[in-house]
Design a protein around this ligand. Structure first.
Ligand SMILES: [Zn+2]
Length: 184
């Protein structure tokens, strides 16, 4: 009998996953490119706030960018899937902090962006969009309200306007969305 080692390995991995009760999810491999004069250390530190559902490799060559019009004209979004570009939004005079088209992402660092944490959340937000998930829907997502611990849930329900831009709630929401991605 010919043994298919790949299948055998998969069988044991699956069995192991069932036994330990968790499914091993391979991270989405993302190529990331830094344009302009954006500090690579700042970007690297920001990526520490993005969960390991994504894994980043720095590209040494600039990707091809999409042609965009209107108020997105100077904004950079790569053509290739699973590719992220970080650029200087002040220099390029862009209107938006982040954008996703298809499965690729552009994130702008403005001169006022000094927090690696806030910048990391911006990257995470756009990566969720690139998975075709509505990362803007925090205050209109009943499933998120159910997922939250009751005291957090009722605080949110009681005052959605106050919490709409709360970083704490955004973090909880992105965690919820990423948790759903892993479970699907
Ligand atoms: Zn968004």
């Amino acid at each position: 009998m010919k043994i298919n080692f790949e299948k055998l390995k998969l069988f044991f991995l699956t069995l192991f996953a069932i036994l330990v009760g968790s499914k091993k999810v391979k991270p989405v491999e993302i190529g990331i490119y830094i344009e302009d004069n954006v500090d690579p250390e700042f970007v690297k530190n920001s990526l520490c706030f993005v969960p390991h559902y994504w894994n980043f490799t720095f590209l040494t060559e600039a990707p091809k960018y999409r042609k965009m019009g209107g108020e997105w004209e100077t904004f950079l979004i790569p053509e290739a899937d699973d590719t992220v570009v970080i650029f200087n939004g002040t220099l390029r005079n862009v209107k938006y902090a982040g954008g996703a088209t298809g499965k690729s992402v552009g994130v702008s660092r403005f001169i006022t962006d000094t927090s690696e944490h806030v910048f990391g959340l911006r990257i995470w937000h756009e990566l969720l969009h690139a998975q075709h998930i509505d990362a803007d829907a925090m205050i209109r997502c009943p499933e998120f309200e159910d997922w939250l611990e009751p005291q957090f849930s009722s605080a949110l329900k009681d005052n959605k306007v106050a919490f709409e831009h709360s970083m704490q709630y955004q973090i909880l929401f992105y965690n919820f969305l990423t948790w759903k991605l892993i479970k699907r």
